[in-house]
Design a protein around this ligand. Structure first.
Ligand code: SF4
Length: 484
């Protein structure tokens, strides 16, 4: 796979900038803390949470091992229900298919349901360059779109904005794309939601084309499942005549029955609610009810390659709940923009390098954007071993990349392997390190000279202990009366 430059600064540079923004840190801290507490409370209500989690992981793992047959089953079911399935190898192909489908309708605008897959392929930009306006209808996505910003969170794309910033965006930008915000708009959440409702209403009433993603695609019935909190997604799925859904191939689940597990896991993990306010299921077309024209674009875009990696493929189990973002100490301080991709936080750090390869500096830096504390694994509703994946991908970046620093890292790691491979060598190395420890004492090492500064620029180099465990053991045990 050729490396893809995400067109952003790499994580270390972007993070350095982000952590200097006190307002951003304050907004993020408040929001993640609130969602974290809500999640913990509702998850704590279920005695069988761990069993549910294991079931979710098992269903996803089983589906991914048999993905080809479930996708074909899904295609047959959609076709039988009057829909059309398209297969897209990459972003360019998916964008071309969707653009042609919209053009065939003769329309130049579409309403959109919040969708990570369409963000991943840059669909709005592709449609805009074809003269088609795509309007986001999810409240947080609307804020981001009006501000010409990028989403910062999977579930709450405008998490980095507070209420007064949102009021300013509405007052400044709404008039340029439809119904303006009231002149006396305050930062009261009810007033902000009302302004968004008025702004979106004429778009819903006018639109003949809708574009969506899906949380799940049921192979057995060909049903697309969209879960959401606001009801705007349901308007998009039911009001327009033409519906085009872009769905990652990993979204398929075998049967209707499997949803029982995910519809418990997802709302509790994402919004801290017992169930989603709106769960819409769309299976094909029905005369006089909902869209009369239904297309599903099944998107690969690097997923097949990720699937071939025995350890890395776990990331495809993700149900995009965002729980791992809300507990991640790194995400909480940097926000989502620093990750340079539509998938931020711990899941972005393991998914993005797999979808785009690790050749470019920005994707290769992502597996290091974590403390490896394991909080992400603890909350993941499908038990993805994110810390294991991070280490696996760090290994991959060191093995595959060709720059001088990567060669230096490889050599250093080989040398470490040689030292650790023999107890005598390790003992001698520890004695040298102890000397260093005595030399630096309490002052600590701080910043190392170039090229080791590449390491200490972003982290503290710990001072080696004045005495290693092995030395302590020898000193204290030889004084034992038993001589043990
Ligand atoms: S990796 Fe797990 S916790 Fe993170 S978004 Fe995906 S399902 Fe949720």
């Amino acid at each position: 796979m050729s490396g893809v430059d995400l067109g952003m600064p790499s994580f270390p540079d972007a993070a350095r900038q982000a952590v200097r923004d006190a307002q951003l840190r304050h907004n993020l801290g408040n929001a993640t803390n609130t969602i974290r507490n809500k999640r913990a409370a509702v998850v704590g209500e279920l005695d069988d949470w761990e069993q549910l989690r294991a079931s979710g992981a098992a269903i996803k793992a089983h589906t991914l091992s048999n993905l080809d047959s479930y996708l074909e089953q899904f295609e047959s079911a959609v076709t039988a229900a009057g829909g059309t399935v398209h297969w897209a190898r990459d972003a360019a192909e998916a964008n071309r298919i969707v653009t042609e489908l919209v053009r065939e309708t003769g329309e130049t605008e579409a309403v959109k349901v919040k969708s990570m897959a369409t963000q991943e392929i840059g669909l709005n930009e592709a449609l805009a360059s074809a003269g088609i306006s795509a309007w986001e209808t999810d409240l947080a996505e609307l804020i981001v779109q009006l501000d010409e910003d990028r989403p910062s969170h999977i579930l709450v794309p405008a998490i980095h904005r507070n209420r007064s910033e949102i009021r300013e965006i509405f007052r400044r930008e709404m008039a340029g794309s439809g119904t303006p915000a009231p002149a006396d708009l305050t930062d009261d959440p009810v007033q902000l939601a009302e302004a968004a409702r008025h702004h979106l209403r004429d778009k819903f009433l006018r639109a003949r084309v809708a574009i969506s993603g899906a949380n799940f695609a049921v192979a057995e019935t060909g049903g697309l499942v969209v879960v959401e909190s606001e009801g705007n997604g349901r308007m998009c799925l039911t009001m327009p005549e033409h519906l085009i859904s872009v769905v990652g191939i990993e979204k398929v689940v075998p049967s209707w029955r499997d949803l029982e597990v995910f519809l418990q896991l997802l709302p509790r993990s994402s919004t801290g609610e017992r169930m989603n306010p709106y769960t819409s299921v769309l299976s094909g077309v029905t005369a006089g009810d909902g869209p009369s024209d239904f297309h599903v674009v099944l998107l690969d875009n690097g997923r097949s390659e990720a699937l071939a990696d025995e350890i890395g493929s776990q990331a495809l189990r993700c149900i995009r709940c965002s729980a791992c973002l809300n507990v991640c100490p790194v995400y909480e301080r940097t926000g989502g923009h620093a990750y340079g991709s539509v998938y931020p936080g711990p899941i972005g750090a393991v998914l993005t390098p797999q979808l785009y390869g690790v050749e470019s500096e920005d994707t290769a830096s992502l597996p290091y954007a974590s403390t490896l504390c394991g909080a992400c694994y603890d909350v993941c509703p499908v038990a993805i071993e994110i810390p294991e994946l991070l280490v696996h991908l760090r290994n991959r970046t060191v093995r595959e990349r060709k720059g001088w620093f990567d060669r230096l890292t490889r050599t250093a790691m080989r040398a470490m392997g040689w030292v650790f491979g023999d107890s005598g060598r390790l003992a001698r190395a520890q004695r040298v390190a102890s000397l260093g420890g005595r030399l630096f004492g309490r002052r600590g090492i701080g910043r190392l000279p170039w090229p080791l500064s590449r390491w200490t620029d972003a982290r503290d180099a710990p001072t080696p202990p004045a005495e290693s465990f092995r030395q302590w053991w020898e000193r204290t045990r030889t004084n034992d009366e038993d001589g043990r």
